[in-house]
Design a protein. Structure first.
Length: 295
């Protein structure tokens, strides 16, 4: 790849980020390249360009000859985001998910992915680069209960799953969009009951399995939606027997988007209760999407 002269780099935040940035800058300077941040002025007289990217769009991708992603584990990326959003763990998780999704955007464009904990790597245009790591971590299996477990590998592998617990969702209270709890009184007008968690997912087929209990007075008429913004899969259910239920919905993400699972009281109810137990999400093969199917 001797014709590579412009390399875009995304480094996921974590304990190895600074070391890799320093190593990449040194390798670039050794070749007579200039190193800049995304949006900074480029030194057109330099033999090449190393660009540390923040915003990823088609125009910026088209200006690069090669792309590199320096990865980090979900726990490491979340911890970095938590330091920035210490008062709001859900916001920290959303930021971490968006950073993983951005990295997947580069991988779609054939980026080279290197483990941030690696001691060295072969990179386009730069050759063999040593990170200065004294030891390399062993691979650790992620607990599926980790809400970012789907990002244990980039891009998420078919079959990757993660659990999204009730505390990651928002619940309406009266006319307010938030403020309620996972124990829900469904009596009253038709309205949204549950929504969230707004974690960004990369393109592909994604299945959500929602789990909840219902204590209906007569029938509890509920509507479930899974998707991003207005692009959703919708399922209706009438529940006339108390118990624990699951509803499965599939949706194909054509582009990165903030995942939202919504539960509505589809019509007014005189009485009834519902408890939201959370859900789990799974990456499906793109040809395996089924219609919404209550189980």
């Amino acid at each position: 790849m001797s014709d590579v002269r412009v390399v875009g780099v995304v480094t996921l935040p974590g304990p190895h980020e600074a070391r890799w940035r320093s190593a990449l800058v040194q390798a670039a300077k050794a070749k007579g390249w200039a190193a800049t941040k995304d949006g900074g002025d480029r030194d057109v007289s330099a033999a090449g360009q190393l660009i540390f990217m923040r915003d990823i769009d088609d125009a910026r991708l088209a200006e690069t000859d090669a792309l590199v992603v320096v990865s980090a584990s979900p726990d490491e990326v979340f911890e970095a985001a938590r330091q920035r959003h210490s008062d709001d763990p859900r916001q920290a998780l959303r930021r971490a998910a968006s950073q993983f999704s951005a990295a997947c955007r580069l991988i779609e464009n054939h980026a080279v992915v290197i483990d941030g904990a690696a001691s060295e790597a072969d990179l386009p245009g730069l050759g063999r680069v040593a990170s200065g790591a004294e030891e390399v971590r062993a691979a650790v299996a992620l607990d599926p209960a980790n809400p970012l477990a789907i990002y244990g590998a980039l891009p998420p592998r078919i079959g990757a799953t993660a659990a999204w617990s009730p505390d990651l969702f928002s619940y309406t209270r009266g006319v307010e969009h938030e403020g309620g709890t996972a124990d829900i009184d469904i009596s009253g007008r038709a309205r949204i009951l549950v929504h969230g968690p707004y974690f960004q997912l990369p393109p592909g087929a994604w299945r959500v399995t929602a789990r909840f209990t219902v204590e209906p007075d007569d029938d509890a008429f509920l509507m479930f939606q899974w998707g991003a913004a207005a692009g959703v899969t919708t399922c209706y259910g009438a529940f006339d027997t108390p118990g624990v239920y699951e509803v499965v919905l599939d949706r194909v993400w054509e582009r990165p988007g903030n995942a939202e699972l919504r539960v509505w009281a589809e019509r007014g109810h005189l009485f009834g209760k519902m408890t939201w137990l959370g859900c789990h999400v799974e990456r499906l093969p793109d040809d395996a999407v089924i219609a919404a199917s209550p189980i």
